[in-house]
Design a protein around this ligand. Structure first.
Ligand code: FRU
Length: 511
C-alpha cells in the first residue's frame, strides 16, 4: 500500500564477462504466460489476490498459513483471511476463507496463538482455542476523512481454525489516539513475564501492549520513532527471542517491514536486535558497520515483504520459522498473471549469530524442501531443467564472478559478486512493460562473511529466484518474468572451488 517513487539505484555492474566456463542448455520453446508463471513449490492461492502471510501458528501437528486475500479479484480489495494448512511446510491444503469483513471493517494483517492455559476462556484448559488477533480497517471511516479507522480485533476457533467466532467485545485495542496507520498486531507469549504481548505498527514506530487474557490490553511502550529507516510506513512487525549462536545468551529480534524504503526500493523488511525487560525494547550496542548504513535488512531482494514467523512451533522442533510475501507493492498488482496473484517465499529457518557485523540473522530454507529433489542426488553440471524449476549449489573463491541464466529468447538473469556485494540483475530477464517499476537491476546486497569461499544456494521456481549466500548470511529474493523458461547457465569469471555445481530438479508440491 501507499506506493511512492523509488530511489535511484546504485549501479555496481559494469565489467564485460570475463570467461565462459560452463555452458548447459535444456530445450524449451514454451512461451510463458499466467499459469506458466505459477510457482510449483511455493504457496500460491488457487485464484484471487494474495498479500501478507497472517496468523501463522502451529497446532495439533498442522502449520496454519492464513493470508491477506481478496477472492473476487486479482488486485487488492476488501481483505479476508485466506487459509491453508500443511504438515510439512511443503504440501499445502487450501481451506475455505477463515475471516471475512464485518461491520467493523476489512480483516487486515495479524497473528494467531494457541491459548495454552485457556486464559481467554474461549477454549478449555485441556483443549485450548486458537485466537486470531488482527487489524480491522474501516473503509467508510477512511473515506470520511477520519484518522481512527484502524484498530485491533480478535476471533477464536475451537476446531483447529476451521470455524471462527468473532469476539463481541471488539475492538480490543481501539485507536483512541487517532493514528492513520495503526495495524498488524503480532501476539506472542512472553512467558518470562507471565503475559501476552502484542506489538503492532503505528505509522513510524511500533507499540507494545500486554494482556493477561488476550482480551484486555494495556499500553506498555513504543519503539522506533528515531531508529533505522523512515522512508516509508512501518507495517507488519514481529518480535521473538532467539539464542545467540545457539547458546545461553538470548537476544530479542524485532522484525519490521517498511513500504516504501526497502533495501533496493519499494517494500522491504529490516530488523533490530536487543533486549526485552517485560515493558520496553532496548537495542543492543552494535559495532560500526563497514557497509552503507545501520539498517540490517532481512532480505536485500525486492520481493520479500511482510514476513513473520510461526507461533507455537513445538519445543521438540525448536526452530524459528519465517515466511514472507514474495512481491513488492511497487508492482505487485501489475505482475503478468491474471487469475491469481502472488506467491509466498519458501519457509526459512532463522538463526541468530554474533559476529563482526553485530547480531545478525541467518536464514536457511527449511530442510523439508529436500523432499522435492528428484532425484535425491544432485545432477552435477548436468544442465538446468527445462521447466526452470530447480535448486543449485555452487562454491567459488572470494573473487568477482557472474552467473548468467538464459533462455531461447536470449533473456538473461545475472547473479554475481563484485566489490564486496552480491547482485541480482533482472533488467534483461524479460517482464518489461507491465510496470515502470519492473524490471530493475542490479539490486545489490553486502557480503556479510569473511570466509575465503563463497557458497551460493539458489532456488528457482519459474518466476522467482531466492539466493542464500554464505549459509544464509546474505539473502535476496526476486521475481522474474522471462518470456520463456530459463534453461541454461554459464559462469563469467570466478574460480569455482570444485568442478562440481550441484543441481537438483525439483518436483511440484501439492498446493
Ligand atoms: C502490508 C499491508 C499491511 C496491511 C495489509 C492490508 O502489505 O499493507 O500493513 O494490514 O497489507 O492488506
Amino acid at each position: 500500500m501507499h506506493p511512492r517513487p523509488r530511489p535511484i539505484l546504485p549501479r555496481l555492474l559494469s565489467a564485460a564477462p570475463l570467461l565462459l566456463l560452463l555452458v548447459a542448455c535444456g530445450t524449451s520453446g514454451e512461451t510463458l504466460t499466467d499459469e506458466g508463471y505459477r510457482p510449483v513449490f511455493h504457496f500460491t492461492p488457487a485464484s484471487g489476490w494474495m498479500n501478507d502471510p497472517n496468523g501463522m501458528v502451529c497446532h495439533d501437528g498442522e502449520f496454519h498459513l492464513f493470508y491477506q486475500f481478496y477472492p473476487d479479484s486479482n488486485v487488492w480489495g476488501p481483505m479476508h483471511w485466506g487459509h491453508a494448512v500443511s504438515e510439512d511446510l511443503v504440501d499445502w491444503e487450501q481451506l475455505p476463507v477463515a475471516l471475512t469483513p464485518d461491520s467493523l471493517g476489512y480483516i487486515f494483517s495479524g497473528s494467531a496463538v494457541v491459548d495454552q492455559g485457556n486464559t481467554s476462556g474461549f477454549g478449555a484448559a485441556t483443549d485450548p482455542a486458537l485466537v486470531a488477533i488482527y487489524t480491522q480497517h474501516d473503509p467508510e471511516g477512511e473515506a470520511a476523512g477520519r484518522n481512527d479507522f484502524e484498530y485491533q480485533s480478535i476471533s477464536y476457533s475451537t476446531d483447529n481454525g476451521r470455524n471462527w467466532t468473532t469476539y463481541p467485545g471488539n475492538p480490543v485495542v481501539p485507536n483512541s489516539d487517532r493514528i492513520r496507520d495503526f495495524r498488524d498486531p503480532k501476539v506472542i507469549r512472553d512467558s518470562a513475564h507471565g503475559q501476552w504481548l502484542m506489538v503492532f505498527a503505528s505509522q513510524d514506530r511500533v507499540r507494545f501492549y500486554a494482556s493477561p487474557d488476550l482480551k484486555d490490553w494495556t499500553y506498555l511502550s513504543d519503539f522506533g520513532a528515531d531508529a533505522a529507516n523512515h522512508d516509508g510506513v512501518w507495517e507488519c512487525p514481529d518480535f521473538f527471542p532467539l539464542a545467540v549462536d545457539g547458546g545461553r545468551d538470548t537476544a530479542w529480534v524485532l522484525v519490521q517491514s517498511i513500504n516504501p524504503g526497502g533495501a533496493n526500493g519499494g517494500s522491504g523488511t529490516f530488523y533490530f536486535t536487543g533486549d526485552w525487560d517485560g515493558a520496553r525494547f532496548v537495542p543492543r550496542a552494535e559495532p560500526a558497520y563497514p557497509y552503507t548504513d545501520s539498517v540490517k535488512w532481512l532480505d536485500y531482494g525486492r520481493d520479500n515483504y511482510a514476513g513473520v514467523t510461526w507461533s507455537d512451533v513445538p519445543a521438540s522442533d525448536g526452530r524459528r520459522l519465517f515466511l514472507g510475501w514474495m512481491s513488492n507493492w511497487d508492482y505487485a498488482q501489475q505482475v503478468p498473471t491474471t487469475t491469481w496473484r502472488s506467491a509466498m517465499t519458501v519457509p526459512r529457518r532463522l538463526n541468530l549469530e554474533d559476529g563482526p557485523h553485530g547480531l545478525r540473522l541467518r536464514q536457511t530454507p527449511v530442510r523439508e524442501l529436500e523432499q522435492l529433489r528428484r532425484p535425491a542426488e544432485p545432477v552435477a553440471d548436468g544442465g538446468i531443467p527445462a521447466d526452470g524449476v530447480f535448486e543449485m549449489e555452487i562454491s567459488l573463491r572470494d573473487a568477482p564472478f557472474e552467473l548468467v541464466f538464459d533462455n531461447q529468447a536470449n533473456e538473461e538473469l545475472r547473479i554475481g559478486y563484485r566489490d564486496g556485494h552480491y547482485y541480482i540483475d533482472r533488467s534483461d530477464a524479460g517482464g518489461a512493460g507491465f510496470s515502470d517499476a519492473f524490471p530493475t537491476g542490479p539490486d545489490t546486497a553486502p557480503r556479510l562473511s569473511d570466509a575465503p569461499t563463497i557458497d551460493l544456494h539458489l532456488y528457482f521456481d519459474r518466476s522467482s529466484v531466492e539466493l542464500f549466500a554464505d549459509d544464509g548470511r546474505t539473502v535476496m529474493t526476486e521475481l522474474l518474468f522471462p518470456s520463456r523458461p530459463l534453461v541454461g547457465y554459464h559462469l563469467n569469471g570466478g574460480e569455482p572451488v570444485t568442478d562440481r555445481v550441484n543441481i537438483w530438479p525439483l518436483k511440484a508440491a501439492d498446493n
